[in-house]
Design a protein around this ligand. Structure first.
Ligand code: MTE
Length: 332
């Protein structure tokens, strides 16, 4: 992002985080039981199990959150899932520091219980949701999405959640609601970098209403068949797979419906570099670097050939029509 980071590679998990063979088997048995228990839900946690079968490597210390295979078009990619160890130790979560290794080191101070999400603004049913009720609002699904960061790296992650549209329908937006704003936690007591001036806190992101309603937009509570670890945005975050990763706000506390385009954290920091839309687009360069290629975390060595970045991160069939007729160079 704006800050130059030392692209220092990955930190190794501490020994307590390495899953013993016994625990690994226990976890697999537990997931099997849970999947078998719910009638017809044999697919529950399917990608999480697949990921484990691939030897993706899990700490196994978080609560299970399995989801049934998603039927949403484009919600699954057959690409290799990024190792849990890699996707949870190479993160951007500036509330915990600007180095990629900082969130995994520092986010243990985040307090996720109790947690509420206030839904407010231009809706018929404003309400403050306890996280437990929000989790139960709709059936959990597992979606395997590519996540492309504006900095030029990408991952493939099995997320667990449900389409944000489910919540939006429930709260009944008013006719003049045009945008949805996502306000995230900004607590200097539990988030050490919220005292810094790196960004104007809280970290805020927003979508146009039709983007928020697109079934691919995932209200996310888990990954790899477990609840989110703190550094990945516990207890609830957004995942918008066709946009650069920074549009996916972590640790959300407020969802607000508005009639005006909200100012977002990175747009406020550098409007010429981070536009409102921020759709993944290999043809529109960042002012300081190309967006044509990407490095897949954990797979590609430093000297390996980079991958070509796909238009809308490969989700063009699902979301291209949202931008029909728009000049994507201007609306970057
Ligand atoms: N959300 C908050 N609250 N704070 C942040 O710094 N960083 C964003 C986004 N959401 C960020 C955030 C950026 S730049 C990216 S690339 C993704 O989270 C990273 O998500 P990941 O850790 O799951 O890879």
């Amino acid at each position: 992002m704006l800050i130059k980071t030392r692209d220092s590679g990955f930190i190794h998990p501490v020994s307590s985080e390495i899953t013993s063979q016994g625990m690994y088997q226990q976890r697999r048995d537990m997931i099997k039981l849970m999947a078998g228990g719910a009638a017809g839900a044999a697919l529950a946690g399917w990608a999480g199990r697949e990921a484990l079968a691939q030897g993706v490597g899990k700490p196994g210390k978080l609560a299970a959150l399995p989801g049934a295979k998603s039927g949403v078009a484009g919600a699954v990619t057959m690409e290799k899932v990024t190792d849990y160890k890699d996707s949870t130790t190479y993160n951007n979560f500036y509330e915990f520091g600007t180095d990629k290794a900082d969130p995994a080191k520092n986010a243990h101070t985040l307090v996720t219980k109790p947690w509420t999400v206030a839904v407010e603004g231009l809706v018929k049913q404003p309400k403050t949701w306890a996280i437990e009720d929000l989790i139960k609002l709709s059936a959990q699904e597992e979606r395997i999405y590519r996540l492309r960061c504006v900095e030029g790296w990408s991952m493939v992650i099995p997320w667990v959640g449900y389409s944000l549209a489910e919540l939006i329908k429930k709260v009944e937006p008013l006719g003049n609601a045009k945008y949805v704003e996502f306000i995230t936690q900004a607590d200097p007591k539990t988030m050490p970098f919220v005292g810094s001036r790196v960004l104007d806190w809280p970290y805020v992101e927003a979508l146009r209403m039709d983007e928020a309603m697109n079934p691919l937009t995932l209200l996310t509570f888990g990954m790899y068949g477990e609840v989110l670890p703190n550094q990945s945005g516990a207890p609830v975050r957004l995942v918008v797979p066709w946009k650069y990763g920074f549009k996916s706000g972590k640790s959300i506390v407020k969802i607000r419906f508005t009639d005006k385009e909200p100012r977002t954290a990175w747009n406020k920091a550098a409007a010429n570099e981070y536009g409102f839309y921020s759709n993944v687009n290999p043809d529109v360069d960042h002012p300081r670097w190309s967006q044509a290629t990407e490095r897949r975390i954990g797979e590609d060595g430093l000297f390996a050939k980079k991958r070509k970045t796909l238009m809308f991160n490969g989700y063009e069939a699902q979301v291209g029509q949202l931008y029909a007729g728009m000049d994507l160079k201007k609306n970057f």
